[in-house]
Ligand binder design. Structure first.
Ligand code: FES
Ligand SMILES: [Fe+2]
Length: 344
């Protein structure tokens, strides 16, 4: 079960702009195919040809129509059949069309009731069009329940162990996390003052021309927003200068971007990235951070996929719930509440 009446990140534009191939992608258990219509706007329909059920994603896009790769049926961007060689198509049943929007560098899809889709409710990304910010990111397919990734991102104590060579440090364990529920959002914050930055943040300080071994105040503010977005404000500022609120000249700050799109109950698409608020013009730094972040998230993947194997093998087994798990627990409660509201 998933929250369906919500906007999910389905793809990035480069995934459908490579060639004349459409993009097949399953979101919340629904097999969809994404392509650009004659006006260039992105659209999504069921990945199911109404003729014999072939996946339309194995076809080609010709002049804004999706041509089935089996017998040449031509599908329009609204799910209605346009033509088929040697056939009259007027009586052909339409297939499902999914509301789709391209915004802030992502393609968003609404898997639920189309009449409820409101593009103004798409998650705002203030950094996306801000020249003071630079974004670098990527996509991983992960074999785990997307809620395990929410748990992971809403509890950064794992950094000390999973990411010991980059962003982990023992002070994370020692700083008490504070969890707040604000409507449908869950915010978990942790502040570590007067510490020495771990390797990733030393690099950030150096690239910002700040001393990399000076004491700093470090913050992590994780914000879950439904259906499955986690944005994390992270950074370090020279100690005693206001921390998160310090002048940009004395801090290195960024937003870690995580769109966790369920594919099935036990697999997901992980759109990850970092919007950096320092040296935005430095493309080499963007590439360097992207590579570093990719390695860090690969460490999470290895853990989460094995965790999913364990949970799938013993689905009845009860797990412990500790104070460090409160961010994930509260986020799951929001998801459950929204799913219950959709069911009723
Ligand atoms: S299955 Fe698509 S045209 Fe026959
Ligand atoms: Fe991690």
């Amino acid at each position: 079960m998933f929250v369906r009446n919500a906007w999910y990140v389905a793809a990035t534009p480069d995934e459908i702009d490579k060639d004349d191939r459409p993009l097949g992608r399953t979101v919340c258990g629904a097999a969809m195919v994404f392509f650009r219509g004659p006006d260039g706007a992105v659209t999504a329909v069921e990945d199911f040809c109404p003729h014999r059920g072939a996946p339309l994603s194995l076809g080609r896009v010709v002049e804004g129509k999706l041509v089935c790769g089996y017998h040449g049926l031509e599908m329009g961007c609204d799910g209605k059949v346009v033509a088929m060689p040697g056939q009259r198509v007027r009586g052909f049943p339409p297939i499902r069309h999914y509301p789709t929007v391209e915004q802030s560098g992502f393609i968003w899809v609404w898997p639920g009731d189309a009449e409820k889709a409101d593009a103004s409710k798409i998650h705002p990304l203030p950094w996306a069009d801000n020249p003071e910010c630079a974004f670098g990111g990527g996509l991983f397919h992960v074999k785990c329940d997307y809620r395990l990734m929410i748990d992971n991102l809403m509890d950064l104590t794992h950094e000390t162990y999973v990411h010991s060579t980059s962003i982990g440090q023992k002070e994370i364990d020692e700083a008490t996390p504070v969890t707040k529920v604000e409507g449908d959002e869950v915010v978990l914050s942790r502040f570590m003052n007067g510490i020495i930055a771990p390797p990733f943040w030393q690099l950030a300080l150096r690239s910002h021309e700040l001393p990399d071994h000076a004491p700093v105040d470090r913050w992590q503010i994780c914000r879950f927003s439904p259906p499955s977005h986690v944005m994390i404000e992270v950074g370090v500022a020279l100690a005693g200068q206001g921390g998160f609120d310090a002048d940009p000249k004395v801090k290195a700050a960024a937003t870690v971007v995580d769109f966790l799109t369920p594919e099935t109950e036990t697999t997901m698409w992980y759109f990850w990235g970092m919007a950096r608020h320092f040296r935005p013009q430095d493309k080499a730094l963007t590439a360097q951070i992207r590579e570093g972040q990719s390695k860090i998230f690969a460490e999470d993947l290895a853990m989460l996929e094995r965790q999913q194997c364990n949970l799938s093998a013993q689905p009845e087994r009860k797990l412990l719930m500790l104070n460090i798990d409160s961010g994930g627990v509260q986020s799951r409660k929001v998801i459950e509440r929204l799913m219950a509201a959709e069911q009723s």
